[in-house]
Design a protein around this ligand. Sequence first.
Ligand code: TMP
Ligand code: ASP
Length: 237
Amino acid sequence: MEKKEKIYEGKAKIIYATDQPDKVIAYFKDSATAFDAVKKATIKGKGILNNTISSFFFQLLGEKGIPTHFIKKLSDREMLIYKVQIIPVEVVVRNMAAGSIVRRLGIPEKTKFEPPLIEFYLKNDELHDPIICEQHIYAMDLAKPEEVHKMKEIALKVNEIIKEFMEKQGVILVDFKLEFGRKDCQIVLADEISPDTCRFWDAKTGESLDKDRFRFDLGDLIEGYRKILEKIEKKGE
Ligand code: TMP
Ligand code: ASP
């Protein structure tokens, strides 16, 4: 597997071509951003933790039959993935109220959502990733109804798998964001699943073990992400 030219650089990752047209390499950077990159920092070691945690979750989900872009972890900061066409919609699943839904709708923090809530956001930095509804997805032709149906189905399965897995490690999966892509006309889970994209709370202490540490200055980010990694690695033994 030969690493070739850079094809895309985002806020947290760089995508490189390989000598195989259907495969690319995702490189996890140490940069942290929040609030549309208004708040920025370089946090040494974050990329290594996110690559390791994401690889673990993609592996787990793959074993449970979820189609993902993940092929294998290549190094500390790199994973080999299938090249997909990313659908510009962020899918957020919420088990409990936290973050923007508390601010936007005044729902008290920790209100439980049973069944879990699914929300869609337009992936567009200039417009600040606005919340959209399913009809907007069709009006803008971002995805077909069958694709949205599949995305929702996968999102709920991912929620069940990761929620149950983390519960056993004493961690509450509060909410998370997923991105999907098309590979050979099929919907597959893409991007990353890490403490950058999930809210994880310690079930005993309520401590945030995710990017809220950086967003709201709640404590050292690396310490929180390391706790998540330690818990999932312990389980893997
Ligand atoms: P929110 O409460 O800020 O809407 O975030 C919901 C979930 O989505 C939370 O787990 C963090 C994640 N998220 C991202 O991964 N990227 C983003 O750009 C935003 C705003 C949230
Ligand atoms: N990732 C987004 C940004 O960089 C926002 C967030 O995660 O809070 O701005």
